[in-house]
Design a protein around this ligand. Structure first.
Ligand SMILES: [Zn+2]
Length: 340
């Protein structure tokens, strides 16, 4: 994922708090919550732009731990067995959709490209020149094995690519990891060609799941998810960067049903994300979890998944799902950016 530690450190007073999106110091604390490593955080709401952001911003040690081998997976794949196959199927479906939107050709950049599988799938759907960005780690090493992908192993920065270079840029659940999100969107706007397509998906902080589960919501994913823009605020901000919203997709079998299940389990378990870490094979995190509890969590997952698929379908009618995917088009140049 595309992220780097910011400079704000734990223990500093509220006067040093600045919104991660717009930089305003006018914010309110919403609720506290903990991560799987035992650290505590506050979620703040910016009164200027409605961004929710993590307080404090995690330091380098916390981020390095959060993006360690347990995050990327230790073996050839991030997830265990059948889960990786299912997620691979989602990537294939996503590639087919983006290929259609892009007209089945062009130069594409995937920010946070993971193991590169999405790019490899899209190459089979049309005539694409493949570019990926991923931070150093097992995922980047997996992508580097594919010579057809031009890989950058560092965060996106100004000058990395020429202006108007890409026809399509994608960020699938990467936006919320960015340490300098407005700056990154400005760079994306610059390297995307006129009428180019930007596809972004991210957790919906205005969703029913986020409101119901608060600190137990799976997609808070502390300390990796640094900020959240509610969809309405996101659309307003992206307009200022010269983007026009073409489509919104609220339903996601990949993100939403499981988000509901894991968040529910978090509310009744002594530690969060037991099922999710189990899927990633994080044995160290699960060493004090009994086999019986693991069995119950797995049984709940398999038995109740169809129920939550129905919940996702209903939620999409009301635009209240736990994640949202946007298709945006660069229709103009960025205005004088005032993020408030
Ligand atoms: Zn703000």
């Amino acid at each position: 994922m595309q992220t780097r530690p910011n400079l704000r450190r734990q223990g500093m007073s509220d006067q040093s708090l600045h919104c991660l999106w717009c930089g305003s110091s006018d914010s309110e604390a919403l609720f506290p919550f903990s991560d799987i490593f035992g650290d505590s955080w506050l979620l703040h709401r910016c009164r200027q732009c409605e961004c929710r952001f993590l307080d404090p911003i995690p330091d380098a040690i916390q981020l390095s731990r959060a993006y360690g081998q347990d995050y990327y997976g230790e073996g050839e794949k991030k997830f265990e067995g059948i889960f990786e196959k299912v997620i691979s199927g989602f990537r294939k479906r996503r590639a087919a959709k983006v290929s259609r939107i892009a007209g089945r050709k062009g130069r594409i950049l995937d920010l946070g490209c993971g193991n590169g599988e999405f790019l490899l799938h899209i190459a089979q759907k049309g005539d694409f020149e493949l570019h990926g960005i991923e931070l150093d780690g097992n995922s980047a090493r997996r992508t580097a094995q594919h010579s057809e992908i031009s890989l950058q192993v560092k965060p996106l920065a100004k000058g990395d690519y020429p202006e108007n270079h890409f026809g399509v840029i994608t960020l699938f659940h990467v936006f919320e990891h960015l340490a300098n999100p407005a700056e990154t969107i400005g760079i994306i706007s610059n390297i995307l060609e006129k009428d180019g397509i930007l596809v972004m998906s991210f957790p919906n902080i205005a969703s029913l799941q986020a409101k119901w589960f608060k600190g137990n919501w799976l997609h808070l994913d502390p300390p990796r998810h640094l900020f959240f823009l509610p969809p309405k605020a996101f659309e307003k901000q992206m307009k200022q960067f010269g983007f026009e919203v073409k489509r919104r997709h609220w339903s996601s079998f990949e993100q939403n049903p499981f988000g509901f299940q894991q968040s529910l389990l978090n509310t009744i378990s002594p530690k969060r994300e037991i099922l999710f870490e189990c899927m990633k094979g994080n044995k160290d995190y699960l060493k004090d979890v009994s086999k019986f509890r693991l069995f119950i969590h797995r049984a709940f997952f398999y038995c109740s998944f169809p129920v939550f698929v129905v919940c996702d379908a209903i939620g999409s009618l009301f635009h209240s799902n736990a994640s949202v995917l946007y298709v945006l088009q660069k229709s103009g140049e960025p205005q004088n950016i005032s993020t408030s």
